[in-house]
Design a protein. Structure first.
Length: 432
């Protein structure tokens, strides 16, 4: 048994006892009231879901097992010579709740490299669909195709104790995460680079290898990938990709079914697809205004956008009421490594221009930028100019968080989700 799996196994018993004690002693305690607006408004803010790996505070932003993004950048292990945390470290933290050592992340890197080869049958499936199929469709299909090798599904058919569900789920998660960079880069190279592929480097970490297999040799891009994959990895459980993965998992579906479903949710324009929509809008601004516009030109353009009934993409968030800390982390990266990039200059100017406009308009609850307002310009700067692929990067990262929680959901025996729905007629009858 690997030291990571052994560490996880040691935490299951105490956590099960804690949850059991809470439910037994305080199961009737109400933690949320639901309004009609919440019922019609996508259940926003309804506290009815358990998610161990991260929590999102409207004013503080995201915390991963209690740690902020700056704390992660300081405390998580780095690649040799690097300054940004590597994804293996955030996976260890999300799964165990403990900060990893250098040896801990090296073990995960070695384990993922050992499990990372793509089977021939997966390549055959991908080759059978048109190259211009949207990359997220290919990504979701690729994940689902790998279900053939699910250890959890096999063990469940054979029969096993509920207390052991976490073990084969852990193996599926490790196998799946190991293959995601190779799967994603295969799709990228097949779709955009004439089907010419780049093998993994056994000396590189998960994020560094992802960058290499995409085909960008710049060492700074490897650092960007590490940062990107860490900060997008989890965002508590209520977002569409996380909740979808959790919901499908509550039916005791294996990791492949769960993650494929979650990626389908991530592909929506109100979720992960938003990053490419932001970059399209910024490029449209630059085209219409003839390059990097002045702040006055930007103000006029933003008001024209709003007055035409459209939104300014990348601004506002369902939960946050401040600048997204993930935006800030990417902005600091850009200021350090690409301050003269023209697209970044527009993104940076929008950061000064848009919030006051949205506050003046008075419709947005949060006038500040979210993560999608920034990520596209970073990827574009390093030569990844194919907008449709951006959400695949997001998906590979988000898999770390949702799959970590999936292991815990099975370890804690969380129930199948079955909320009670009501009709509009029933709601009308409650109003007096």
């Amino acid at each position: 048994m690997s030291s990571l799996k052994e560490k996880l196994a040691s935490k299951l018993g105490p956590m099960r006892e804690k949850v059991g004690s809470i439910v037994k002693g305080h199961g009737d305690l109400k933690i949320s009231d639901v309004s009609i607006a919440q019922a019609y408004g996508g259940m926003r803010g309804v506290k009815c879901m358990v998610w161990e790996t991260s929590a999102l505070d409207p004013m503080e932003g995201i915390r991963f097992r209690g740690f902020t993004i700056p704390e992660l950048q300081e405390k998580l292990p780095k690649a040799p010579g690097g300054e940004e945390p590597i994804p293996e470290g955030i996976f260890y933290l999300l799964l165990t709740g403990d900060l990893p050592t250098e040896d801990d992340v090296k073990e995960i890197t070695a384990e993922w490299q050992k499990r990372g080869a793509l089977p021939k049958y997966l390549i055959d499936v991908l080759k059978a669909i048109p190259k211009d199929t949207h990359p997220m469709t290919q990504f979701s299909l690729g994940i689902l195709t790998l279900q053939k090798d699910s250890i959890y599904a096999q063990k469940y058919r054979e029969g096993m104790s509920k207390m052991e569900y976490w073990d084969p789920m852990y193996e599926d998660v490790m196998n799946l995460l190991a293959k995601l960079p190779a799967l994603a880069s295969y799709i990228y190279r097949r779709s955009y680079k004439k089907d010419k592929h780049i093998p993994a480097d056994p000396k590189l970490d998960w994020g560094g290898n992802f960058a290499k297999m995409i085909g960008v040799e710049d060492e700074t891009f490897k650092e960007l990938m590490r940062l990107y994959l860490v900060i997008h990895s989890d965002h508590e459980g209520g977002n569409v990709s996380a909740h979808t993965t959790h919901l499908v998992g509550s039916a005791l579906s294996d990791a492949y079914y769960c993650l494929s479903a979650g990626m389908n949710g991530l592909a929506g324009p109100l979720h992960g697809l938003a990053n490419q929509e932001v970059l399209r809008w910024v490029m449209d601004v630059m085209e219409k205004l003839g390059g990097v516009p002045t702040k006055e030109q930007l103000k006029d353009f933003c008001w024209e956008t709003l007055n035409s009934g459209q939104v300014i993409p990348g601004y506002g968030h369902a939960v946050l009421r401040k600048t997204d800390p993930r935006y800030t982390a990417q902005r600091e990266f850009a200021l350090k490594h690409m301050p003269d990039d023209e697209i970044f200059q527009v993104v940076s100017a929008l950061y000064e221009v848009v919030p006051p406009i949205l506050e003046e308009q008075g419709k947005a609850k949060n006038p500040w930028p979210n993560v999608d307002a920034h990520s596209g310009c970073l990827l574009y700067h390093y030569g990844v100019k194919e907008y449709d692929f951006y959400t695949v990067f997001f998906g590979a990262s988000r898999a770390i968080g949702v799959l970590s929680q999936l292991i815990w959901s099975r370890a804690l025996g969380l129930s199948i989700e079955r909320p009670k729905s009501v009709t509009t007629e029933w709601i009308a009858g409650q109003i007096k």
